[in-house]
Design a binder for this molecule. Structure first.
Ligand code: CA
Length: 314
């Protein structure tokens, strides 16, 4: 009887303390738009539910992107989360060679370093180590995803799911009913084609559920006034970014994983065309699950709570 009770208690404590946290890998292009930083902050403030295996940087100056990630991790006391560099594409793509303003925030930061392993190898190793257990959050051009496919065509299918900020299925950037070539698709179209055709279990947070998710001034002021390490970092990066109202594209991909009740999705067949549009092929076997609606007010409420009700620090 006593032994049984011990087993039950052990199981309960395993459930409470970590064993059931969802493993995630965060693949991002921190530094260009501001939404990647908000997405990373969202992951960091939900670690009671999430086990962040690592952060991988993609597209362009992957080393400078990693510095932003590492400084944010250091300041919030999250040194144990590894950061791996994706292939640096700044030399082969002029658009990707831009030294983004947010990079100045971490320019001389050297207290933490990226791991030696490449993003590709890091992702493949973890997918093989934990088959059907890992969720990849992909919020940048899918260059690293394509590199994973090239190196091991079966690996990506070992992901439990991939939530990707990717595509424009029924509406475009200005929420008009006409699709756009979404940035993460159009800047690396060959990679986007490989990704869509990978056979992996992918949920798409396209412009349909992201373009309307705006962080208005009253909310930004709350973050500024909160004066915590995390919100100060976000506010600093926001100022460097230099625009007014952020659209929180990337956090929505995480929202689809954490708060599925706030979304409606549809299973469809999609293909990437040569201009970077994600076209829906009606009447073909679905190869994708795409978000089609979001309760964006409630989503913003939840993300604000996660930023305001935390005290992450060293
Ligand atoms: Ca991004």
């Amino acid at each position: 009887m006593k032994l049984k009770l011990t087993i039950v208690l052990t199981l309960m404590s395993m459930m409470l303390f970590g064993q059931t946290r969802q493993k995630v890998i965060f693949d991002c292009d921190l530094g260009d738009d501001i939404d990647d930083a908000f997405a990373l902050a969202m992951l960091l403030t939900n670690q009671d539910k999430l086990d962040i295996l690592g952060i991988t940087t993609c597209y362009g100056r992957t080393d400078d992107r990693a510095k932003v990630a590492l400084k944010l991790l250091y300041e919030t006391g999250q040194d144990k989360i590894p950061v791996a560099l994706g292939r640096n594409t700044s030399k082969i793509d002029e658009r990707a060679n831009w030294y983004a303003e947010q990079f100045y925030w971490a320019k001389d930061f050297n207290k933490l370093k990226p791991i030696q392993q490449s993003a590709t190898d890091f992702i493949i190793e973890n997918l093989k180590k934990y088959p059907n257990e890992v969720i990849i959050i992909s919020v940048g051009p899918v260059t690293n995803m394509a590199d994973v496919i090239d190196k091991d065509p079966k690996a990506l299918k070992l992901a439990k799911k991939i939530y990707a900020m990717f595509g424009s299925f029924y509406i475009g950037y200005n929420t008009y009913p006409s699709i756009d070539a979404e940035w993460n698709v159009k800047v690396d179209i060959p990679a986007a084609k490989k990704f869509v055709n990978s056979g992996a279990n992918i949920v798409y947070a396209g412009l349909d559920v992201t373009a309307m998710v705006k962080l208005e001034k009253t909310k930004r002021d709350l973050l500024l006034m909160r004066q915590s390490v995390l919100t100060n970092a976000l506010s600093g990066l926001y100022v460097l970014w230099g625009n007014e109202t952020p659209t929180l594209f990337d956090p929505v991909a995480i929202g689809m994983m954490l708060y599925p009740e706030l979304f409606k999705t549809k299973k469809v067949n999609i293909a990437v065309d040569n201009e970077g549009f994600t076209r829906i092929n009606e009447n073909q076997v679905p190869n994708a699950e795409v978000g089609v609606s979001i309760d964006s007010n409630e989503f913003i409420n939840r993300i604000m709570k996660s930023f305001l009700y935390q005290n992450l620090e060293r």
